[in-house]
Design a protein around this ligand. Structure first.
Ligand code: ADP
Ligand code: MG
Length: 325
């Protein structure tokens, strides 16, 4: 099968947070050290991602939003070895189809920026010069407006979608070291609120304190899950309170190779163990115990710290590959 067929599968833009996620990933891929997310009416009216990354060179303008255009994929072996997420060339084309896309960009080789407008099929329909620093601004207005059913649903669920987005942005702000994040939301009659603002610290500790607060920081433990095929999931876990049995729920952040990811199975596993305080108990005591969340049984063993820094627990089950947490 061709590259195109293999990368076709799966829909990229499912909701507000996956739309913004793609844009933030693009900014990070472009080497941005400052990323600003500007929302109007919680993203329902429009959202904008502004970065100080490399910018887009003029010879890419026409093809930018065409399906499967990507500057990040040379040939197929590359795709298999890729560890980041921006490589499918589908985000901008999907966003064109689902909303009104415009891009303002400038590389260091240009003295002025260019404002680009695309139609729903991804064709470049207008191009004009404008003033801007080096970097890129992508604006999407009226996401889903041309899909009546989805648009209604989007409208109805906007607060929930917004909540999910804020949680995602928090995750980026936690993990993306040296990148400043700002997110603002403007509602109704120009009431603008700052949702998130970080200094782009290189220290995870500082990021946690900025994003989640000192109180939360003081009850977090680092946690690393190394899946046996070499994939590493980084996260944090808060110490269970007096009564265990709480669920980490939405406040669970998972990262792969420094990028936030949604991994429901791992979240569920962590939640189940967390409810039984298994992870933290094992961290503290290095005990060998067997837990039975749902109908799967896991054995938790304390193992050698790989680099002397992080606590490790080996987690084996009869049903799945063993994990090291
Ligand atoms: P992909 O990220 O998978 O390559 P996208 O549709 O997300 O595909 O983006 C298409 C192309 O547009 C990228 O390969 C990149 O060259 C360019 N691009 C998009 N956003 C930015 C940005 N913020 N800064 C620089 N280049 C960008
Ligand atoms: Mg991308």
């Amino acid at each position: 099968k061709s590259v195109v067929h293999r990368i076709c599968a799966g829909q990229v833009i499912l909701d507000l947070s996956s739309a913004v996620k793609e844009l933030v990933e693009n900014s990070l891929d472009a080497g941005a050290t400052a990323v600003e997310i500007v929302l109007k009416d919680f993203g329902e009216d429009s959202f904008q991602v502004i970065d100080n990354g490399s910018g887009i060179s003029p010879n890419n303008f026409k093809v930018l939003a065409l399906k499967h255009h990507t500057s990040k994929l040379a040939d197929f072996p590359d795709l298999e070895s890729l560890t980041t997420f921006g490589f499918r060339g589908e985000a901008l084309s999907s966003l064109c189809a689902l909303g009104n896309l415009s891009v303002e960009t400038r590389t260091k080789n240009e003295t002025v920026a260019t404002h680009l407008t695309f139609d729903h099929s991804g064709l470049l329909v207008a191009e004009k010069k404008t003033a801007r620093q080096v970097g890129t601004t992508v604006t999407v207005k009226k996401l889903f407006s041309n899909l009546p059913v989805r648009s209604k649903e989007f409208s109805r669920n906007i607060r929930k979608e917004y909540g999910k987005l804020v949680s995602l942005l928090n995750a980026y702000a936690l993990i993306a070291k040296g990148v400043r994040f700002v997110c603002t939301n403007t509602t109704g009659k120009n009431v603008r609120s700052v949702v998130l603002k970080t200094q782009g610290s290189n220290s995870l500790k500082d990021n946690i304190i900025t994003v989640l607060g000192m109180n939360t920081f003081s009850c977090l433990e680092p946690l690393t899950i190394c899946i046996s095929d070499g994939c590493k999931v980084d996260g944090f876990i808060s110490r269970p309170g007096q009564g265990s049995g709480r669920n980490l729920g939405d406040r669970q952040y998972l990262f792969v190779n420094g990028r936030p990811v949604d991994m429901p199975k791992i979240s569920k596993l962590v939640n189940e163990l967390y409810k039984e305080s298994a992870i933290l108990q094992a961290l503290r005591e290095g005990l060998q115990q067997t837990y039975s969340p749902s109908n799967v049984s896991y054995s938790v063993n304390k193992v050698e710290k790989p680099d002397g820094k992080e606590d490790c627990i080996e987690l084996g089950s009869s049903h799945r590959k063993s994990l090291i947490i």
